[in-house]
Every structure is written in C-alpha cells, then in structure tokens.
Design a protein around this ligand. Structure first.
Ligand SMILES: [Cu+2]
Length: 288
C-alpha cells in the first residue's frame, strides 16, 4: 500500500494540508473547505484511507486516458480531417483488450477491498464490548463489561451547547472509550434502521431492529470525535449525532466507576422502558 500512498500523495496533498491545519484544533469532525477524508485514528480508518488513495490513482488514470482518447478522436476523425471514414467495424484484439483490462482493474480493486471488509468485520481479541442502540431519535449505550450500566445520548439543543461544542454534533452524554484498546462494538436498533457512523474511526454500520451487527474499534489518539446517524430513520434523522470521547485507560477506569453509580443498570433500565411504552419519542436536547 505504501506505493499507492506515494502515488496518491500529489493529488491528496492539498486536501491533506487543509485537513491537517484545521485538524490541529479538533481532529474529530469535518471542517469547512476540507478535502479528503477526516484524519484516520484507527487501524481500519488508516487502511480505508490507503484504499481511498489507491482508488483515487486508478480513477485519475482512467479519466485522463479516456479524455486523451476523446481529444484524439475529435482531432483525427472529425469530418474535415477525415472526410472518407474507414468501414472497419470489428477489431478482435481491441475488443478482447477492452473487455479484459477493465476486468483486471476490477479484480485489482476487489482483492484489497475484500481484505479490508473482513479486517473491519470483527476482532478476535476484544478487551471490552460496547453496545449502541439506535432509537427515534437518539442513541443509547450499554457497557456490559464495565459495570453493566446503560445511558442515553441525545443531541444538545441550540440553547444548550457550550463554547466550542459543535452544533448538531454534540450530545448530552458522551460515549467514553479507552485509547489503544480493542473494543467490540455491537450495533442494534429498537424501532427502525439507524446507522452508527464515525468517519474518523472508519465505521458506518447499520443498526437493524432484531439484529446485532458487530464491528470493532481501536482508537490510537485521545480526543473527542463526532459522527451521525447515517440511515434515513425519520424526521429526527439529522438530530441524533454521536459524540465519542477517547481517554487514557486510567481515566476510562475512573469514569466507569463513576458511571456505574450515576447511570442506570441494564436491569433497572428495562423496567423503566416497559413503563414508558407509548411515550418513546424523545425530544432532542433533553437530558435523560
Ligand atoms: Cu437514525
């Protein structure tokens, strides 16, 4: 992949420059005038970036080749330059080539694509599990390995955001993840299909009612990262963002102890839920 990275470098240079300058302030979200993908912070996102750069080289070469061919045809075979065209209609060699070469290109793309798909699918050595459940229109999270607590994370309204918090991206409660830890991520939904998407992690996975989807994450840089629901799930679809705080392992352990006291255990929560049937719509911005 290194060769692809070098080849793609000139094309991605401007985008990377813009992204890295703005990334210094806050690297976990998109920025105005950003080109290219968000700076990757997980092994999966790094490989996604490399794959994206490889595709950028391939499509650029194809686009340049087709443009040059068209210009050649315009100049050489227009009615003025070539008043009596040849009547040849078939060329076996050419037809074999323009079938075989695209197939070859697709195979070259498919091999790393499938490798990456399986790499992102699941991890064998997960150190902990977090379950994200999509609701109309907020997310709830469960930490079965760190005290079995659960909490809701709803978007902060315009009147609730504090200095520096991004509008439509900040939530009242953050998902907290320890840095450099393999975390198994289970994603589900309880009403309609949602999608847990976090660009800097290279994750976009559907939460489907009655199904448990799995992926994993290992964030290598502390910070706050923002994502959004990426499946049209109703009128509040644009208002159920995801905010992840990646902290040191010690800070996470301390947070988990506090969170266990502060948040409901999963048993209590299911009781609360039964009582609340019929009033499931959560107004964005309200605390749990
Ligand atoms: Cu949604």
């Amino acid at each position: 992949m290194t060769a692809w990275r070098i080849l793609a470098a000139p094309m991605a240079l401007f985008g990377t420059l813009v992204a890295s300058v703005s990334a210094q302030a806050d690297h976990g979200m998109a920025h105005p005038w950003q080109l290219g993908l968000q700076p990757p912070v997980t092994p999966v996102a790094v490989q996604l970036n490399d794959f994206h750069n490889m595709l950028l080289v391939i499509i650029t070469v194809i686009a340049v080749f087709v443009t040059l061919l068209l210009i050649y045809v315009f100049v050489k075979f227009n009615a003025k330059a070539n008043p009596t065209p040849r009547t040849t209609t078939h060329n076996t060699l050419l037809e074999v080539l323009w079938t075989a070469i695209p197939i070859l290109i697709l195979v070259i793309i498919a091999i790393p694509s499938f490798k990456l798909l399986y790499y992102a699918d699941s991890t064998k050595d997960a150190e902990m599990t977090i379950k994200a459940v999509g609701h109309q229109w907020y997310w709830s999270y469960e930490y079965p390995d760190n005290g079995d607590f659960t909490f809701d994370a709803a978007m902060l309204g315009d009147d609730e955001i504090k200095d520096g918090q991004p509008r439509l991206l900040a939530t009242d409660e953050a998902v907290v993840i320890p840095v450099n830890t393999n975390v198994r991520l289970l994603i589900a939904a309880d009403d309609v299909i949602h999608a847990w998407a976090m660009p800097a992690f290279g994750i976009k996975l559907d939460g489907v009612p009655g199904r448990l989807n799995e992926t994993w994450v290992r964030v290598e840089k502390e910070g706050t990262y923002y994502g959004q629901c990426s499946e049209l799930c109703g009128t509040g679809h644009g208002f159920m963002p995801i905010m992840v705080k990646v902290v040191s392992k010690e800070a996470f352990a301390a947070w988990a102890i506090k969170a266990k006291e502060e948040y409901a255990s999963r048993d209590e929560k299911s009781g609360v839920k039964l009582a609340a049937v019929g009033t499931q719509t959560k107004v964005s911005g309200t605390a749990q």
